[in-house]
Ligand binder design. Structure first.
Ligand SMILES: NC(=O)c1ccc[n+]([C@@H]2O[C@H](COP(=O)([O-])OP(=O)(O)OC[C@H]3O[C@@H](n4cnc5c(N)ncnc54)[C@H](O)[C@@H]3O)[C@@H](O)[C@H]2O)c1
Length: 274
């Protein structure tokens, strides 16, 4: 089958549920062809079936660099790869002394290395196909400052932010038109949060109102073709989050107050039906 180079194609990882599924849906609504991927093959096949013929599913463990390259080629066989959303991620909350070695390793492998391998696979195909494109990496507001209960997760997301900014600078310096962006949402109402809600270590996630996944999906799609490198959602919470990272010793007492508020909200959320 001939490749239709006029057709814009996007890859969205972790599209079996949550924000990845929402992003894939928004792109299909706008006429994109989407390769939706996930380690949960059943879930991503359901996403593709629900979104219709513009969406195809691919089993994809983001820890495997060779699967990223295969997915990139699958996208290139449909049209021109213009967007790649490194969305897949995992979260296990808890203090570091409560967590096991496997959690530490898996969090870095999925959340950071998954983004690294995805970025590299996307860039290879985007450059081969003519150069333009956007790589959007799902970081988190936890990247900005200290968040008790989320140490390894927040560290992985801070690394995603750093990876995005430095890689974007390398590309600009080399004259590549491919743009990189990092998305930094506050807590979002997805299964990821629901699955950690019973753990006290997740309290900080509940310190603000949980966002709707569709709001984040709109922000992700709006980054395509934009020069913005970091998109925090909501913007008003980002300033406080960044301040805690800039002057952590001054802000630690405030973090205690925020954690207490989050704990109250977490308990309330547990009592409320989903
Ligand atoms: N929910 C939040 O509060 C929140 C806030 C900020 C950032 N994020 C980030 O946004 C992204 C999406 O989060 P979500 O809330 O939709 O999560 P989710 O748990 O609902 O969905 C994540 C998806 O990633 C998939 N996945 C997990 N490990 C994978 C692997 N090794 N390879 C491929 N796919 C894998 C899962 O099967 C799942 O379908 C994640 O990177 C997350 O860290 C979430």
């Amino acid at each position: 089958m001939d490749v239709d180079h006029t057709r814009d194609v996007a890859v969205v990882t972790g599209a079996g549920r949550g924000m990845g599924r929402a992003v894939a849906g928004r792109l299909v609504e706008r006429g994109w062809s989407v390769v939706a991927t996930d380690v949960d093959e059943t879930a991503v096949r359901r996403t593709a079936a629900d979104l219709g013929p513009l969406c195809t599913a691919a089993p994809h463990d983001v820890r495997d660099p060779s699967r990223h390259r295969a997915v990139a080629e699958q996208a290139a066989a449909v049209g021109t790869l213009r967007a790649w959303v490194n969305n897949a991620g995992i979260l296990r909350t808890g203090t570091l002394w409560e967590q096991d070695d496997a959690t530490m390793t898996a969090t870095v492998e999925v959340n950071l290395l998954g983004v690294v391998h995805g970025t590299r696979a996307a860039l290879d195909v985007m450059h081969r196909q003519g150069g333009r494109g956007d790589v959007i990496n799902m970081a988190s507001m936890s990247a900005f400052g200290p968040l008790p209960g989320l140490a390894i997760y927040a560290a992985s997301k801070a690394a995603v932010l750093s990876w995005t900014l430095t890689t974007a600078a390398e590309l600009r310096h080399a004259g590549s038109p491919v743009r990189l962006h990092a998305v930094c949402p506050d807590g979002v109402r997805t299964d990821m949060v629901a699955e950690n809600a019973a753990d006290r270590g997740s309290a900080m996630i509940f310190s603000g109102a949980l966002l709707d996944p569709g709001v984040v999906a709109d922000a992700v799609v709006a980054l395509i073709g934009s020069r913005r490198m970091i998109r925090s959602i909501p913007r008003r919470r980002a300033a406080a989050a960044r301040l805690t990272g800039l002057v952590p010793s001054a802000m630690l007492p405030l973090i205690g107050v925020t954690a207490a508020l989050g704990e109250r909200n977490r308990r309330k959320a547990l009592r409320e039906p989903a």
